[in-house]
Design a protein around this ligand. Structure first.
Ligand code: AGP
Length: 615
């Protein structure tokens, strides 16, 4: 996700801002920019690529001034270009802003501003700058600190979506307005000025006294003072906190590892994945990036989901959803196999490449093969502007933000979210009734809260995980939509704890794997209430008869599960097709705590790379 840094004080701003961006590099970015105010002029420099490119440009242009803002961009709307890099300006080029978040209604705002507004970028953030500029034009007389603040408040009240925002205006010198809605912003209180950033990391070198803005708050910062308001322009009293984090802890926002932070990111990034991509009244999804007419969608006779590893297990959940909702035969193909088989692909086949990095060599090669054979080829990827995103004829970004741990967690759940939305979009064209679509969308909207309920049980999951950290082997079993969940749970455990594990459909153990069971071979059963619950119970009873220790994921309220499992972890109920979004979070935490108990490097497990760009 993007990174923001601002400074206002007595020191030369440029080196502080550039160094601050370097401290935010860990967040992932593809371009950067800085703007510094000197009297009534604001100089702006932007560049794609590394911070060093920007630093070189800034050194050449010698940016004088002690007030400024800077930004690292992780593209969500619009490609990786200098024009799309922040800071952005309004129509009159009098104000500049940096923004982190997604303006969901940017199209409506653009239409409301009218054709006289000329934009230099493809971003939703630039439209925010024009909107604030328009409200400034409406304020009478010379722009003051108060009228500037009121214009920002008026503009933000029209915005739907999320923002972490810092804006300054050439006619209001030595004054930064900072606003937060859904994207964190921290204000550091220094002895030589104020520091603003997306997290505490960049300011630790200057101060540990910080003020955390809350959603809906606006801070107006001068060189010597700071006042905070809400969107109703009422004063808000804020307290200064002392943070004890070191640099590394700040990057992980207090979590011990990126993987744990990313597991806990899931409720928030899940909202980013679905935001603005469905319509409850119509009971359907609208994934504009699909880039297919309804006629072309009706012509699809088969869907092929191509991916590797965790992405393939997310795709398997998508398979169940496409077949159940849309009635379209769907298969999941491991990319490294697809490209060397003789796949049956034609103009009635829709192929999705599912990939967090968008750079996985096997997936990319398989998509090229599918394109060659005339299929519709689309991407479901996390990294904007990645090769798969560029080479497919459309698709959808999963908006999980940079995923830094090698083991995929938040990207998995966001892939599932997008696949469910696609299945609903196709399903509503075919056989899904409005009421079913509405019910599914309401269930999707409840997922973040239900994920949080599971995250609140992390300590109980940790206690159970410790019990199983010293076994050498483990089976994961599930049936129906929970079989892909078992596969994902198994890869999570093996890739970060190095414990050997395998996943099987619940009904498959008796066809061979059962021979391995003993009291030294635990079995992790996913036994949530669904149409296959009774059959799954029977499979667990078969396992218990072989004395294997049993761990269960069961639905809240299923007290009988305690009769079957040495340890039971409970999950909130949701629609069957959405249950993997919740069950998987338990498995992520279980694997994480097993690996921590074994002292593993969970963020950088041995032998693995985050993006496998070779065959
Ligand atoms: C995920 O935990 C693994 N690190 C791995 O299986 C990964 O999902 C796979 O390599 C695919 O990567 P991609 O999503 O970037 O294409």
């Amino acid at each position: 996700m993007c990174g923001i840094i601002g400074y206002i004080g007595e020191k030369n701003a440029s080196p502080i801002l550039i160094q601050g961006l370097r401290k935010l590099e860990y967040r992932g970015y593809d371009s950067a920019g800085v703007a510094i105010q000197d009297g009534d002029t604001i100089a702006r420099v932007r560049s794609v690529g590394k911070i060093e490119n920007l630093a070189a440009r800034a050194a050449t242009e010698k940016l004088p001034g002690t007030v400024g803002i800077a930004h690292t961009r992780w593209a969500t709307h619009g490609g990786v270009t200098e024009e799309n890099a922040h800071p952005h300006t309004d129509q009159s080029e009098s104000l500049v802003l940096v923004h982190n978040g997604i303006v969901e209604n940017y199209r409506e705002i653009k239409e409301q501003l009218g054709s006289e507004h000329i934009y230099n970028s493809e971003t939703d953030s630039e439209i925010l700058a024009h909107l604030i500029g328009e409200h400034i034009k409406e304020s009478d007389g010379k722009l003051t600190e108060e009228s500037f603040r009121l214009a920002v408040e008026c503009a933000l009240k029209e915005v739907r979506g999320t923002y972490g925002l810092v804006v300054m205006h050439k006619d209001v010198p030595d004054y930064l307005i900072v606003a937060r809605m859904g994207s964190p912003l921290v204000i550091g209180v220094g002895t030589d000025g104020y520091y603003i950033a997306s997290d505490a990391t960049p300011m630790l070198a200057y101060t540990k006294k910080v003020i955390f803005l809350e959603d809906g708050e606006i801070a107006c910062v001068s060189k010597t003072d700071m006042q905070t308001f809400n969107l109703k322009d009422e004063c808000v009293v804020k307290c200064v906190e002392e943070i004890e984090w070191n640099q590394e802890q700040a990057e992980k926002q207090g979590y011990e590892d990126f993987m744990l932070k990313e597991i806990h990111d899931q409720p928030t990034v899940f909202e980013d994945a679905i935001r603005g991509r469905f319509n409850v009244e119509e009971g359907t999804a609208h994934l504009g990036g699909l880039n297919m007419t309804e006629e072309e969608m009706h012509s699809v006779k088969r869907i092929v989901l191509i991916a590797c590893g965790t992405a393939s297990y997310a795709s398997m959940v998508g398979k169940y959803a496409f077949e159940r909702l849309a009635g379209i035969p769907t298969e999941v193909d491991v990319a490294s196999e697809f490209r060397y088989r003789d796949p049956i692909i034609d103009k009635h086949t829709l192929v999705f490449g599912v990939s967090q990095s968008g750079e996985t060599a096997d997936t990319l090669a398989a998509l090229r093969e599918a394109k060659r054979k005339g299929a519709f080829v689309r991407g479901i990827v996390n990294v904007v502007g990645s090769t798969i995103a560029r080479e497919t004829d459309g698709g959808t970004y999963i908006h999980a933000g940079p995923e830094l741990a090698v083991a995929s967690t938040k990207a998995y759940t966001n892939m599932v979210a997008i696949l469910l939305l696609y299945a609903l979009q196709f399903g509503r064209l075919k056989r899904v009734a409005l009421a079913t679509g509405e019910r599914m969308l309401h269930a999707l909207l409840e997922i973040p809260q239900k994920m949080n309920e599971i995250l609140d049980t992390a300590e109980q999951i940790k206690t159970i995980a410790k019990v199983y950290a010293n076994y050498d082997h483990m089976f994961f079993i599930g049936r129906g939509i929970n079989y892909p969940v078992a596969l994902e749970g198994s890869i999570k455990l093996k890739e970060i704890s190095y414990i050997h594990s395998e996943a099987y459909p619940g009904g498959e153990l008796k066809h061979g794997p059962m021979a391995l069971l003993s009291e030294n071979f635990p079995v992790f059963g996913i036994m949530t209430k669904d149409q296959l619950y009774d059959k799954m119970r029977s499979n667990i009873e078969e396992v218990r008869a072989r004395k294997a220790p049993v761990i269960l994921i069961a639905s809240q309220g299923d007290d009988t599960a305690k009769e079957l499992g040495e340890h039971v972890m409970y999950t909130p109920k949701t629609m069957e097709l959405l249950q993997p979004l919740l069950n998987t979070v338990i498995l992520q935490l279980f694997s994480y705590y097993v690996a921590k108990e074994l002292g593993r490097d969970v963020d950088r497990p041995r032998n693995l790379a985050k993006s496998v760009t070779v065959e």
